[in-house]
Design a protein around this ligand. Structure first.
Ligand SMILES: NC(=O)c1ccc[n+]([C@@H]2O[C@H](COP(=O)([O-])OP(=O)(O)OC[C@H]3O[C@@H](n4cnc5c(N)ncnc54)[C@H](O)[C@@H]3O)[C@@H](O)[C@H]2O)c1
Length: 484
């Protein structure tokens, strides 16, 4: 098979809708800037004015978290379906918050939201094909942007986001909530303190049986809140059309933090291989025989395994499987010269001193002691509070909390546009590799050399009380928060 970039792009030309938006931006600000966005910070935005786009399964949970963060004003809401905007306005009123001053709907309502002058941050929880057009449009109109995962699917789009962020001096962050999971942050803390020694290898994944979710009939009048179907079956259609790993960042993002990717190390190249495609068709034939669903022939193999080598010699395995009857796992395994930590279930094995083996897992009691001793300071401070708020066990709250805290205090964000680009580049590169007998693919250096001097990510606690939170009484369980 011919392995040119042009051939690949031909095969994925329909993806290019994302690129079209860049060429048709009305009234965009003429912002000129340049230079790296690594460790870049804007002026403090004490009152943070937010517009939320996409109020389906994911958006409402994020909106409800944003609404409780002191200093955040929800200025505008937007969804293609006005019923969903109305539903969230009602939620805001019913829960003692001011409703958003502005409402937008329809296919291009997001443009009007981005054009509003009194918004600092655009928060985007729409389907995948809209991530890049909305991010570009928002930045061109002077807004910082935070986008759900994966924020981009092609190398071309990754570069567009990098270059637009650099030129407009606007943050472009990918909302990778799994970086804030309790075990992921424990791993980060232990890695930083050298407990695992020299870090050598990691294994991570997105293994999540999404067949029910993907085939479920969507209901416009009901935002998701669990399994209720993706609008227009967008996720099913994407997976039917693509090969490779189209959802790499839940596993890879945290690993990139442990390995200081873009801040001392970087992804060098990858290879990718996948099993045959069986699960989707099997499921649809069993559940919906004689329908369009059963007639589809999925491109995506059930299990994709991608291997990444870093410039500093580390290796990473990333897996993706959303079609097999398996319990959920992100694996989160890190192996170093002094031990190993993994999740699903959480286990750890440490050598007593340099050169010693670690042949047995620590006892449950000892592993628990390690978990408590090395719990990340952010989890120590805000973990219990985060668990009450919810959102994948609290990590959604911690991510949004840190995003708002950094913007309100004029700090660099925990994840920047280079992280977004490097993590998301796996989507196109794994597909290219799979379509070409697992041929090696180079990962571009989106930092253009700045990775050599970038400072490692440091996640500080936020000072919940100082931010204006009251710990007791005011937080209620919210049914909009997703659990897996
Ligand atoms: N980080 C996580 O844990 C996590 C979990 C779930 C979903 N997600 C991500 O969140 C995003 C949304 O997923 P979802 O499950 O909420 O999907 P969904 O289909 O339930 O919701 C998408 C919403 O976007 C709206 N929409 C569609 N086109 C629009 C347009 N042109 N303008 C404005 N709104 C539009 C739809 O009407 C719908 O309400 C995806 O990127 C997904 O990958 C992330």
């Amino acid at each position: 098979m011919n392995n040119t970039r042009r051939d690949f792009l031909k095969g994925t030309a329909w993806m290019g809708v994302t690129a079209m938006a860049a060429g048709c931006m009305s009234g965009a600000l003429k912002i000129t800037g340049g230079g790296t966005m690594l460790n870049w910070a804007d002026k403090p935005l004490k009152k943070l004015r937010v517009g939320v786009i996409g109020l389906g399964m994911r958006g409402p949970g994020a909106l409800h978290i944003l609404a409780i963060i002191p200093g955040v004003e929800i200025v505008a809401l937007c969804d293609k379906h006005p019923e969903r905007v109305a539903m969230q306005q009602k939620w805001l009123r019913d829960n003692g918050h001011s409703p958003a001053k502005k409402e937008f709907s329809g296919e291009e309502g997001y443009k009007k939201l981005c054009e509003e002058a009194d918004i600092d941050l655009v928060y985007n929880a729409t389907p995948w094909h809209l991530h890049v057009p909305i991010a570009l449009y928002a930045m061109e109109h002077g807004k910082h942007v935070a986008t759900e995962v994966p924020a981009a699917f092609t190398i071309e789009d990754c570069w567009k986001l990098v270059e637009t962020s650099e030129r407009t001096r606007r943050h472009c962050m990918q909302l990778e909530n799994c970086c804030y999971g309790e075990i992921e942050m424990l791993t980060l803390n232990m890695a930083r303190k050298g407990i695992l020694g020299e870090l050598l290898h990691a294994e991570c994944a997105y293994i999540h049986d999404l067949r029910e979710c993907c085939y479920q009939d969507p209901d416009v009048n009901k935002p998701g809140y669990g399994v209720s179907g993706y609008m227009d079956y967008w996720r099913l259609k994407w997976n039917l059309a693509h090969k490779g790993n189209q959802y790499p960042t839940h596993g890879l993002g945290p690993v990139a933090w442990y390995f200081d990717i873009n801040r001392g190390d970087r992804f060098d190249y990858l290879v990718s291989l996948e099993s045959k495609a069986f699960g989707f068709k099997d499921y649809a034939s069993a559940r919906f025989p004689e329908t369009w669903k059963a007639r589809q022939n999925p491109a995506m193999g059930d299990m994709n395994t991608t291997l990444v080598k870093t410039v500093k010699g580390r290796s990473i395995m990333i897996q993706h499987d959303v079609t097999s009857p398996r319990p959920y796992s992100r694996i989160n395994l890190v192996s170093g010269s002094r031990g190993i930590l993994k999740d699903y279930p959480y286990q750890v094995a440490l050598s007593k001193k340099r050169g010693d083996g670690a042949h047995e897992w620590e006892s449950a009691e000892s592993a628990e002691k390690i978990r408590k001793e090395y719990m990340h300071p952010l989890w120590k401070e805000a973990g219990e509070f985060a668990k009450v708020v919810g959102g994948h066990g609290g990590m959604d709250f911690l991510m949004i909390l840190r995003l708002c805290y950094c913007l309100q205090n004029g700090l660099p964000l925990d994840m920047d546009v280079y992280d977004l680009a490097a993590w998301c580049s796996v989507c196109e590169l794994s597909e290219r590799s799979v379509r070409n007998r697992s041929a090696t693919q180079d990962v571009p250096d989106f930092t253009k050399g700045a990775w050599m001097s970038g400072r490692p990510v440091v996640i500080e606690p936020v000072g919940l009380e100082k931010m204006g939170f009251k710990r007791d009484g005011e937080i209620k369980k919210d049914s909009a928060q997703l659990s897996v």
